[in-house]
Design a protein around this ligand. Structure first.
Ligand code: NAP
Length: 349
């Protein structure tokens, strides 16, 4: 297909706005519909920095019929919305390729939605037609699917960070457990006004906000079992840091015996050479500045006796959300996977 038209539902949110930024510079996109579940308006009223860059981009109120002229639909909504929109589309006979950035399609098992996200899923039959959207590990499934469930931001950083290690069969058995220490900028929590996201609270502060009960942990456990057959304890802790965007995860892996560093580094170098957006730094450890505004995951590693420490960093809004969604769209439509994602980010330092 030469060029396609896209719809973004939820354009005023952080991930919706990031998608507008990426798609307006995408050579294969020849039109964007912006739809809101809430209200109409001009894009620059919600996103003033877009003023004059984008003319004639009005946000319209959502109705399923407006989706007719788009080949791809991005859902950038809070949980418990996307599955209802998909149900409406099916009722109206509208069949499109959908990329959902929320958790509404990430699990295959229907009971998980009630258990983890506390809502009843309205479209269990659609779960079979869905692929998990962790691009580097699910390319073949994405091409065959009608719906892509874009992963959570922490699962993206963790699963990709350990994927080359888990691809070596002997280390799957060697692992005793994973301990993940995650730090995130405030945009990871969405645009809603919450007191712990205010400048007054978070400036010069760090807040631990989730322990192993974090809702991304079941996603991590399910996907490493599905892809690598690995079932080991996952201990997790998340902290909010005084940054707008970016995630830094320090992953400790305890093995039964000391590993072979050369063998592990070779696996990471191979994965890096096969996957453009996976950048392996060897013993150098990444920071948040080096990924902000980019679609890269940057990964560094140190090995000490029988411990491996992996540090993985992503921009939660790009590789952790909208950039990865565009990577998935590119694969589905046969475009170059890097299309729309090659622009240099603003320089921060
Ligand atoms: N943020 C991340 O880093 C991240 C990463 C991975 C996945 N996700 C997932 O992606 C989905 C969307 O996340 P998000 O961060 O984009 O959420 P968000 O910023 O909270 O936006 C979600 C919705 O809230 C509405 N909204 C945003 N700002 C508003 C305002 N000032 N006044 C009124 N309504 C407003 C938007 O409505 P309109 O319809 O009017 O635009 C949008 O539909 C979520 O399910 C989230 O879990 C987020």
């Amino acid at each position: 297909m030469d060029k396609i038209k896209a719809t973004i539902i939820g354009p005023r949110g952080y991930t919706g706005a990031e998608l507008i930024r990426i798609l307006t510079n995408h050579p294969k996109i020849n039109g964007i519909n912006l739809l809101s579940l809430q209200e109409e308006g001009e894009i620059y009223e919600a996103l003033p920095s877009f003023r004059k860059y984008i003319e004639n981009l009005t946000i319209r109120k959502f109705s399923p019929e407006i989706l007719e002229d788009s080949e791809v639909i991005f859902l950038c909504l809070e949980q418990n919305n996307a599955h209802k929109i998909l149900a409406q589309m099916i009722e109206k006979g509208i069949k499109k390729f959908v990329i959902d950035l929320s958790p509404d399609f990430r699990f295959k098992e229907i009971s998980k939605y009630k258990e983890i996200y506390k809502f009843e899923h309205s479209s269990p039959s659609l779960l079979e037609r869905t692929s998990y959207g962790l691009t580097e590990l699910y390319r073949e499934e994405i091409i065959k699917s009608d719906i892509v469930a874009n992963p959570g931001c922490y699962p993206t950083g963790f699963i990709l960070g350990v994927a080359p290690l888990l691809s070596i069969p002997k280390y799957r058995e060697q692992i005793q457990d994973f301990i993940i220490d995650s730090k995130s900028g405030v945009t990871g929590a969405g645009r809603k006004a919450l007191s712990h996201l205010t400048l007054g609270y978070l400036s010069e502060n760090i807040k631990v906000y989730a322990f192993t009960e974090h809702r991304h942990v079941p996603e991590i456990i399910e996907k490493i079992k599905e892809k690598f057959g690995v079932e080991k304890p996952v201990l997790f802790n998340a902290q909010l840091i005084p940054a707008k965007r970016g995630i830094l995860q320090t992953i400790w892996i305890r093995l039964h015996s000391p590993p072979d560093q050369n063998e592990i580094f070779s696996a990471y170098e191979k994965f890096s050479s096969e996957n453009y957006f996976f950048d392996f730094l060897g013993e150098e450890l990444p920071d948040i500045y080096s990924v902000q505004g980019t679609n890269f995951i940057r990964v560094g590693m140190r090995i000490h006796k029988n411990y491996i420490m992996i540090v993985a960093s992503i921009d939660n809004l790009v590789k952790g959300a909208s950039g990865q969604a565009v990577q998935n769209m590119n694969i589905k439509f046969g475009f170059d996977e890097k299309e729309g994602l090659k622009n240099l980010p603003p320089s921060n330092v």
